[in-house]
Design a protein. Structure first.
Ligand code: EPZ
Length: 417
């Protein structure tokens, strides 16, 4: 299995361009299943999660072709014969976002339940509750969810938790339901808003994305969308911002929407990092000494859980005590054990991690346990004295487009072994 080696000690300096948002692109690819016409998507990151989703949708008979400048051309078939095979669905939890679109467009779907993963059990009860409220009949047979719906009908749905995936699945299904659907206590993440904008480009009538209530007037069919550019990836951007701060660097990030990373920018400024907005460029400059900060992960616009591990790495050498509370996933502190192998002092009690800053980290052999934990170990490796060898690098490749290339262009010494 591939390993990534990171030699520490070089402050990151220079400019880096942020790629398209993985979590927006995955949802928008699923929504494309509902389009009766052609779809052209731009700014799609070339990462393995996207490639797996493309392969899964191709199993439905879709014609999907990469074009220049990270664009994808998609044409769906009028009918679907095959359902996505278990071997592919199990690789990508986000394949669960096909449920709403396939029910809405084709009236049926059979998807093996995506298992839990390294960050939590990841139930789908809120997805099922919403789809059932729209009139879908769902049953579970040997780990496969089988759902049918002659025609979905609009409904009023309240989400017990503002789940990103449940919001997206229900919103997509409701676009082709009869009548109005009101979804309350929805997720407000930028990726949900991007999906809503894409659905409206297809001819859907979605209002209120980004607020607590989304209203959808169902239509009979969705047409083509010949050009839609996906938003920049705020989590990739945040990862480079943290790496710049952690290495005493000075980095300008291009193709960023500053509002989308504001929860992190505010936290970094609290830690004595300079963050300047220069249009769609974000300038991050570290100052000495950094200050310890407390973090509570929350649904957007709170601090994002997907940047929690990266901040834990940064805070591990900030003098003083930092408290991190992980409110979204029940098992997202596994990276602490790997950081402790590098000399970090972190005490984990349930949803709370207490980080005592140490003078420095030391390079070690460590393993990525999930995508963002892997990113955190890259940050730690950049900060550490000596070389860090990260195994299970395929986790990192799921969500970071050309990681070594981008880091090397900022002066980092990083390579595959
Ligand atoms: C999306 O996952 C993202 N993935 C995750 O990013 C991200 O961490 C998460 O949202 C939170 O922001 C994609 O968009 C593909 P949730 P999702 O449903 O939709 C509970 C990354 O690294 N819940 O908002 O699965 C759930 O257990 C990935 O890019 C239910 O209880 O997240 C969790 O505790 C990791 N029942 C909480 O809600 C449900 O039916 C948040 O989950 C659904 C969720």
């Amino acid at each position: 299995m591939g390993k990534l080696v990171v030699a520490g000690g070089s402050p990151l300096k220079g400019r880096v361009r942020v790629s398209g948002a993985k979590n927006a692109a995955l949802a928008i690819l699923c929504a494309s299943v509902m389009a009766e016409g052609e779809v052209l998507l731009e700014n799609i990151p070339e990462i393995t999660d996207i490639q797996v989703m493309i392969d899964i949708i191709r199993c439905l008979g879709a014609r999907i072709r990469w074009q220049e400048n990270n664009s994808l051309h998609i044409q769906m078939p009028g009918r679907v014969e095959e359902m996505p095979p278990y071997e592919m669905v199990k690789k990508l939890r986000a394949s669960n976002l096909l449920m709403g679109p396939m029910l809405a467009r084709y009236g049926r779907v059979e998807l093996s339940l995506p298992g839990g993963c390294n960050i939590g059990i990841r139930p789908m009860d809120l997805h099922f509750k919403g789809l059932a409220a729209l009139g879908a009949e769902l049953r579970l047979e040997k780990g496969v969810v089988k759902a049918r719906a002659e025609r979905l009908n609009g409904s009023r749905i309240y989400l017990d938790f503002p789940s990103v995936g449940a919001t997206e699945n229900i919103m997509m299904a409701a676009c082709l339901a009869k009548g109005q659907t009101v979804i309350e206590n929805v997720a407000k993440e930028p990726e949900v808003v991007d999906l809503a904008n894409f659905l409206n480009c297809l001819g859907a009538r979605v209002r209120g994305a980004g607020t607590d209530i989304i209203k959808i007037e169902g239509v009979d069919s969705l047409r083509e969308c010949l050009r839609y550019s996906v938003i920049p990836d705020r989590i990739e951007a945040g990862t480079y911002m943290v790496a710049a701060a952690a290495t005493g660097g000075d980095v300008r990030l291009e193709n960023v929407i500053p509002l989308h990373v504001e929860p992190l920018s505010a936290k970094l400024r609290e830690a004595n990092v300079e963050v300047f907005e220069e249009g769609d460029v974000l300038h991050v400059r570290a100052r000495e000494p950094l200050r310890p900060v407390d973090i509570k992960t929350m649904p957007y616009p709170g601090f994002p859980t997907d940047l929690q591990s990266q901040m834990m790495a940064l805070l591990s050498t900030v003098k003083g005590t930092s408290m991190i509370v992980e409110n979204i996933f029940e098992n997202r502190f596994r990276v602490a054990d790997e950081l402790k192998r590098m000399g970090a002092k972190i005490k984990v009690e349930g949803r709370l991690a207490v980080v005592e800053g140490v003078p420095r980290l030391f390079g070690a052999k460590v393993k990525a346990t999930d995508l963002r934990a892997g990113a955190a170990l890259v940050v730690a490796g950049l900060m550490a004295e000596g070389e860090t060898e990260i195994s299970n690098v395929y986790y990192i490749d799921r969500g970071y487009h050309r990681l070594e290339e981008k880091l090397s262009s900022l002066g980092a010494r990083v390579w595959r072994s």
